[in-house]
Design a protein around this ligand. Sequence first.
Ligand code: ADP
Length: 467
Amino acid sequence: MFLEKLTNITHTLAFRLTLWYTMIFIMSSLGAFALLYLSISNAIDKNMDEHLLAELKEVSTLSQMQGMDGIKSLSYAETESEGVEKVFCRLVDLRGKELFSTNMSSWGDIGVGRNALNQLANGVDHVFETLSVPGRTYETRIIYGLVGPDMILQMGESFEDGVIFLGLLRKICLIVMFPLTFFSAFIGWFMARHALMGVHELTETALEISKGALDKRVRVKGGGYEIKRLASVFNLMLEHIKTLLKSMRDVTDNIAHDLKTPVTRIRGIAESHLGTGGTADASFDFAADTVEECDYVLQMINTMLDISEIEAGVHKIDKKKINMTEIIQKAVELFRPLAAEKGVTIIAKVPDSAVMYGVLNSLQRMIVNLLENAVKYTPPDGTVTISFNNDDKNWAVLSIQDTGIGISPEDLPNIFKRLYRCDISRSKPGFGLGLSLAMAIARAHGGDITASSQPGKGSTFTITLPR
Ligand code: ADP
């Protein structure tokens, strides 16, 4: 159980971020410490060389002024102040023979470097050497230099102080690093948790939504810009889903409602047929009525399928060169007899030829649907005007205007929804699918349809299509 919990934590983003943060902290701290350590160690070495060189120069000056006595007194003073186990001074001639030395009891049988003597004999001002003296823990830095004619000073100093100081520095660093690492891990964990708080809330909300609470929304407050944006996009998506579900429910309700009428009618016909006792004439009428009702239902279902296919892009748009003038004129000719019968005048304002690219059948269907509506919803003595304008370089505009019953402002935003019918037009035949199909076709062509209307005065449908 505990192991499982631990594994779960190690898989979290917060844990990984903390790990990265701590590792980066340790690496950069170690890097900074190494740099500091190296520069201090270099400074100690440099300081020791400078000190030895200054002593050499002082001995050389004293030797010129006071001879051997001056050298001796300075050497004793130096070893006394530093300690005989840390510093020694020795005077030798050019062959390496000892002339004088301070207390050498701590320095074993440390000799005189032949190489250094040769270099000095060849005119080099001074020579440095680092020696590991057997029996001594720390290395020794030695300087050789001429302090008089045939007089060479060999002065050695132990690295002890420097090495002890560097060791202490390493210890301090280790002692400081431990609590600092824990502190940085804690800060990293806190920061990661804080930054991911929004994600946690998002997950919780998604979980509640998955259980059916579709009205839940993520609170857009804490966290950084990215989390806030994620939360608002998530909320936006939920709004879309909710709208989509509502429109799906509306469509299902409408389908159920619209199918109920023909099915009830078919049932009524069958029932009255049963009542007639099954004569040949009654059977014929029954069959004819049933076929008519079934056609109605089938037409509705087929139109819905067509809309879905066009919207889903199943009918890959296979655009061809078409003449819109011809299509419009044919549609007008189709409806002229019906319009004339109703006393409605159709006026077509089209250019002599209007060539553009599109799918012939689809565009024909779209124009027929809109023209059919205009004629259907325009009372006698009214006028329907269809005009086409392709003056613009990029867009062609088709407009169908009528002086019909119009559409109320409440209905106007809904007329392109599937199966939506305004109450005022329920007495007329129709499925409430004509405008949805027209819109799907216009959009599949990269265009759009807008409608404007004044109840009682008429409506205008404007279709914009890319040329
Ligand atoms: P329908 O088969 O009912 O005509 P549509 O999808 O073509 O279905 O139209 C949806 C609704 O929009 C219609 O029921 C009608 O109320 C309204 N409508 C469409 N065109 C017009 C118009 N030219 N004038 C008035 N109302 C219209």
